[in-house]
Design a protein around this ligand. Sequence first.
Ligand SMILES: [Zn+2]
Length: 189
Amino acid sequence: MAQVCDQCRSKLPRGEAGPICSSCRAKIAAAEQREAGVIAAQAKYDEELAAYSANALATIDAAVGAGGTSFLYRTVHLDVDSLMEEQRPSSGMDLFDLNHSGALGWEVVASIPRTYSGSQTYVAKNKVTATSFGGGSTVQRVSLSGNVVGTYVLMKLAITSMNRAPLDEWIRRILADSAKERLGARPAL
Ligand SMILES: [Zn+2]
């Protein structure tokens, strides 16, 4: 009985001992190399993320330590009462996050409406009209734009020596979030 590769079950080429064929061995080696590359990229990403946060934190601490004020910014998205096709219906503005943030010292500095723009294609069921014009079916595109579907709220937090320590966890989280925005998605396997 001819020997077969454990991986792809194809007949082992003459002179190959197995248990897997050279082509499968090469594929496995390439996959392992890819994986090692991603793991290295992840380590680099984590290092950059930590460095970015540490630098920002050091800058804040220098300012706050000298009696100054530093500011952090973040955006919160609020749904508004808007119902659009393909848009998740919302139950109204959710003020929970705003109130929670406000209690921690965040202040709303601006709100930017988020609008929906796009077009949708409708195919008419009745093909009689279209056939008489030599076409297949009637297709219409309807454009939609400027419909407000939500609001981005820009929030500002003033950091002073008074709240630097109690808000440490928050500050680190916000800094890490902005670093992630800059760095993009973490490489994945
Ligand atoms: Zn094989």
